[in-house]
Design a protein around this ligand. Structure first.
Ligand code: C5P
Length: 312
């Protein structure tokens, strides 16, 4: 009989995301907005390593160019909250020492913190042998944040509710993205608030959008793997409020579109601007052009897989 030794360290990885379509409905009583979004997971990953410990601790490291100073390492850290939530819900006694290696821009609207949480849940579940199953992990993900279930499932999906009720969407091929990371800050709640205020100010002209939906064209473009068609369908209701709060983002959008991008879009609540390129060559040219304008730029492809255990 062979026995499998309990792991001493578990390494997991979860992806960042781009909302290729994001329609925001009205503010609900719980402080969240009803959303209809199309998510695509992209090849920027958060790596989490979990080791047995008596207490709950986290260390954060990053790829060159990513500043992790603003990432909390106390109980506000989403990965740590994920670990504590799993321990509380399973009655697991003992803690975990987490190390996060970030590649997703911090506070950029690409779901890096959500990916940390999804990867940490999977890492702890594997390390502790709690084996709660996929449905329960997804339920815990939704408790941690609106984008966390998608970081867990990855691929391409439609999100409704707060963005946490997922249905898989068909997608073909690979899309080429170039991401510009402007050196400005935007807070997600502030961007949603700006949208609400704009809608209140123009209540007479704008009809209520109680039931947002993902437009059919987006689904067709994803299904066909047609980058030019997807470029025409990119949409984000949070873009206008993000540009209002940070007008410099409009210049970044113009720069990328003038340098050969099929289209650009503010990613989530920003400030990352995602440009869709026709193919790899166009993406490389765009990356050079944006870098020459002294922007921090990374390239990514999508869709990619969700949270996984990585064999070291
Ligand atoms: O769920 P998460 O912590 O990522 O959300 C951050 C903030 O974004 C919320 O506190 C809320 O202000 C805003 N939000 C929202 N409606 C959503 C998702 C997020 O208003 N569906």
């Amino acid at each position: 009989m062979t026995t499998v030794a309990a792991p001493t360290v578990v390494h997991t990885r979860a992806p960042g995301k781009i909302n290729v379509f994001l329609a925001v409905g009205d503010l609900q009583d719980d402080g969240y907005h009803e959303l209809a979004t199309a998510y695509q997971a992209v090849s920027l990953y958060e790596d989490v390593r979990a080791r047995h410990a008596d207490d709950f601790t986290v260390r954060v490291t990053a790829a060159p160019g990513i500043d992790v100073d603003s990432v909390p390492t106390d109980d506000r850290n989403l990965a740590l909250r994920a670990a504590r939530l799993l321990a509380a819900s399973t009655g697991h006694r003992g803690g975990v020492d987490l190390t996060i290696e970030k590649t997703v821009p911090v506070a950029g609207g690409m779901g890096g913190g959500s990916a940390d949480a999804a990867a940490a849940l999977l890492a702890c579940d594997t390390l502790w042998g709690t084996n709660v199953g996929r449905d329960e992990l997804l339920r815990l993900c939704a408790e941690l944040g609106a984008d966390v279930p998608f970081a867990f499932t990855g691929g391409t999906a439609i999100g409704t509710g707060r963005g946490d009720e997922l249905s898989a969407a068909l997608a073909k091929g690979q899309f080429q993205w170039v991401l510009a990371l402007p050196d400005v800050g935007l807070s997600t709640p502030a961007v949603y608030r700006e949208l609400d205020e704009h809608r209140r100010r123009h209540a007479g002209e704008i009809r209520s959008v109680r039931q947002p939906v993902v437009e059919a064209g987006v689904l067709q473009a994803l299904r066909a793997g047609d980058a030019a068609f997807l470029a025409e369908c990119l949409h984000n209701d949070l873009q206008a409020p993000a540009l209002h709060l940070q007008p410099a983002l409009a210049e970044v959008l113009e720069l990328g579109e003038g340098a050969g991008a099929l289209a650009g879009i503010v990613s989530g609540s920003g400030p990352t601007v995602a440009f869709l390129a026709a193919d790899l060559d166009a993406a490389l040219e765009l990356q050079i052009a944006l870098s020459a304008a002294r922007l921090q730029v990374v390239r990514a492809t999508g869709p990619v897989h969700g949270a996984r255990v990585v064999a070291d």
